[in-house]
Design a protein around this ligand. Structure first.
Ligand SMILES: NC(=O)c1ccc[n+]([C@@H]2O[C@H](COP(=O)([O-])OP(=O)(O)OC[C@H]3O[C@@H](n4cnc5c(N)ncnc54)[C@H](O)[C@@H]3O)[C@@H](O)[C@H]2O)c1
Ligand SMILES: O=c1ccn([C@@H]2O[C@H](COP(=O)(O)OP(=O)(O)O[C@H]3O[C@H](CO)[C@H](O)[C@H](O)[C@H]3O)[C@@H](O)[C@H]2O)c(=O)[nH]1
Length: 368
């Protein structure tokens, strides 16, 4: 484990907006970088712990560049792996944290089917370690990255927080189990304050186009795939399923701008600080609007200015027909709602793609 990077040591000097310090696990990843940026802009002191399993140091350097030197001085990076308890002990020995936002986890469904043990070890053991070390050091406020995957193949949409839950694959099972585990832990320790955020489909990028999603290998998700077709890395998009009972036969999802998602984390954090008896609560973070695959392709084409070649293919095993959120609970209780529509999501996704056709590494090396 090493401690380093610009601003190592925190150096938060003086009156951060809330004078508060937040640990962000997995803060070098897609959603993490956007959230870290907004936390810094809000005046929080931020420590990131990440093992770069699915990210690169450059991503945090870009965050520092966007926020500038003054706010960067409040960003500390610690290289560490949550599955190694000693790494976490060192993170907590270095500083006192008022709260933790826990993004670190593996998230690829197909990989989880091939390597379920890897998903259990990383996602479950990592979270158990985090909880233990937080408890030992008296830090009891936690925002956890859950997923709409916990709704399985919903029989009814929109998905409400109290809709039936079901895991369809090992990745989903880790999220469902961790939600239940964190609920049990909170019940046994009523002073804990825990928010479970169920993200729908995060896409887009920061308006600067300097940070965004940079998947390793062949993208599983729709927008990263479309983006790679647009920059010439893939010949065409396979559209999985065109016989669903939807407007155009393709599947419906609730795409949410990653900047809105990051805002949702700030709202959740503020809710934790303001609500001593919150317990353990789940919130959907989505827009409440469903978009088909083909509608998403045409929204992207509008931003891109050219056609995306598509090939109609059979359904992808395990996919749901329609998934979108009820956003009422987050609106009422967190005072948060998504601001951006799919046009802005595609505009910002394309801006990131054209500035970074090969992601953070800048060239085709090590990319397939
Ligand atoms: N992106 C999505 O579509 C989506 C949807 C729902 C839920 N989520 C959840 O949100 C969280 C963040 O997702 P993301 O899209 O930013 O993923 P990401 O892979 O870009 O970021 C995750 C980060 O965690 C780090 N990490 C993983 N395991 C670690 C470990 N053991 N120790 C330290 N660092 C570790 C990775 O290196 C990476 O930087 C994940 O928990 C994911 O399951 C993501
Ligand atoms: O190349 C592709 C990729 C995707 N799709 C389709 O696009 C839709 C969205 O697919 P994504 O893979 O982008 O998103 P999913 O909703 O299937 O799943 C993602 O979002 C979920 C949350 O709702 C979970 O977090 C899950 O783990 C995560 O991969 C699906 O109908 C899918 O079949 C294609 O047609 N072609």
């Amino acid at each position: 484990m090493a401690i380093g990077g610009v601003g190592a040591g925190g150096g938060a000097g003086g009156a951060e907006a809330q004078g508060r310090s937040v640990l962000v696990t997995g803060g070098a990843g897609f959603i993490g970088t956007h959230t870290v940026l907004q936390l810094l802009e809000k005046g929080y002191a931020v420590t990131v712990v990440d093992n770069f399993h699915n990210s690169v140091p450059e991503a945090l350097d870009r965050v520092r560049h966007i926020v500038g030197p003054a706010l960067s001085a409040r960003l500390q990076f610690i290289f560490g792996d949550l599955t190694i308890k000693d790494d976490l002990e060192k993170v907590f020995a270095a500083k006192r944290y008022d709260a933790v936002i826990h993004f670190a986890g593996l998230k690829a469904v197909a990989e989880s089917v091939a390597h379920p043990e890897m998903y259990n070890r990383n996602n479950i053991v990592g979270t158990v370690n985090l909880y233990d070390v937080m408890k030992k050091h008296g830090c009891n406020k936690l925002v956890f990255s859950s997923s709409a995957t916990v709704y399985g193949q919903p029989e009814k949409v929109p998905c409400f927080e109290d809709s039936p839950l079901k895991a369809l694959n090992p990745y989903g099972r880790t999220k469902l189990y961790l939600e239940e585990m964190l609920r049990d832990y909170q019940h046994a320790n009523p002073e804990w304050r825990t928010i479970l955020l169920r993200y729908f489909n995060p896409i887009g990028a920061h308006e600067s186009g300097d940070i965004g999603e940079d998947p390793k290998g062949v993208p599983n998700n729709l927008l990263p795939y479309i983006q790679q077709v647009a920059v010439g890395r893939r010949p065409e998009l396979n559209v999985y399923g065109h016989d669903y009972r939807t407007r155009d036969g393709t599947a419906v999802r609730d795409y949410i701008h990653v900047v809105d998602l990051a805002d949702g984390h700030i709202a959740a954090l503020e809710k934790l600080f303001a609500t001593p008896d919150i317990g353990c609560v789940a919130y959907n973070l989505g827009t409440g609007r469903g978009t088909t695959v083909l509608e998403m392709v045409s929204a992207f084409e509008k931003a891109y200015g050219k056609k995306i070649p598509v090939k109609m293919c059979p359904r992808r095993p395990g996919d749901s027909e329609q998934v979108y959120a009820s956003t009422a609970k987050a609106e009422e209780e967190l005072g948060w709602r998504a601001k951006y529509g799919i046009e802005e999501m595609c505009r910002d996704q394309w801006n990131w793609a054209k500035k970074n056709p090969y992601g953070y590494c800048g060239n085709a090396e090590n990319k397939d």
